[in-house]
Design a protein around this ligand. Structure first.
Ligand code: 13P
Length: 256
């Protein structure tokens, strides 16, 4: 039985104090009975991991980072290691977000190294995949997603993959207000499960959590999260508003 996961990716937003305030509001607005039904994850900037951890630590809300170094430690100015993330209270880390792929030129090979490093340190990767608008229009999106998954998971065995969450985020739907329809998302989620089945086995494909991300908000979330094979959401813009984020969690908890 796959338990839904609602994750907020705060991206490069909110100062230290603003992050604390948002975390406090979210903690106050999400009820324990909802946390009994769905997992909730907050991913602030590196700078605010500590204060958000302190704020949420008496709740069942989980903490994640938005990036990780594939190196262990040492002279890598500006990087943050798995061990440091663990020490700040992180349980998850977003890896391979399309913004990192496009603005910071992260290749599938780099993403693969980061996933391996996260797993080595018992951090759960939220491994993002998704096609661009041109790739969708050219109808080559399945091949692109299969390549991202196959190369991103190279050398990761069936046991390790149980620690990984996949997030399908079509690039054309991120921050644009243009979300994929529930049918479009379901179709890709089912395609991703087929790729996982091919790489691993049917059990792994059935068990792996696949989130949808891209313009999810409190209005469209119930329909998205009720669609076949959608196990949760990775939310950008709407995760910065406590009312909206708490409402999305509430709706997710109501889904049978
Ligand atoms: P938006 O929800 O703002 O479209 O962002 C989605 C996303 O990129 C989450 O990682």
């Amino acid at each position: 039985m796959r338990r839904k996961l609602i994750a907020g990716n705060w991206k490069m937003n909110l100062t230290y104090k603003e992050s604390e305030k948002l975390a406090k509001e979210i903690t106050a607005k999400i009820e324990q009975k909802e946390l009994n039904k769905v997992d909730v994850l907050l991913c602030p900037t590196f700078v605010s991991l500590g204060i958000v951890n302190k704020t949420i630590k008496d709740n069942d809300i989980k903490l994640g980072a938005q990036n990780i170094s594939y190196e262990n430690n040492g002279a890598f100015t500006g990087e943050v290691s798995a061990e440091i993330l663990k020490s700040a209270g992180c349980e998850y880390v977003i890896i391979g977000h399309s913004e990192r792929r496009s603005y910071f030129h992260e290749s599938n090979a780099v993403i693969n190294k980061k996933i391996k490093k996260a797993i080595e340190f018992a951090l759960k990767p939220v491994f993002c995949v998704g096609e661009s608008l041109i790739e969708r229009e050219d109808e080559i999106y399945e091949g692109i997603i299969e390549k991202q998954i196959t190369e991103g998971l190279t050398g990761i065995d069936a046991e390790q993959i149980s620690e990984i969450v996949i997030a399908y985020e079509p690039v054309w739907a991120i921050g644009t207000g243009l979300n994929a329809t529930p049918d479009q998302a379901s179709q890709i989620h089912s395609f991703i499960r087929k790729v996982i089945q091919k790489l691993y086995n049917e059990k792994t494909a059935n068990e792996i959590l696949i989130l949808y991300g891209g313009s999810v908000n409190e209005k469209n979330s119930a329909e998205m999260l009720s669609a076949e094979g959608i196990d949760g959401a990775l939310i950008g813009g709407a995760s910065l508003k406590s009312d909206d984020f708490a409402m999305i969690v509430k709706k997710a908890a109501q889904i049978k």
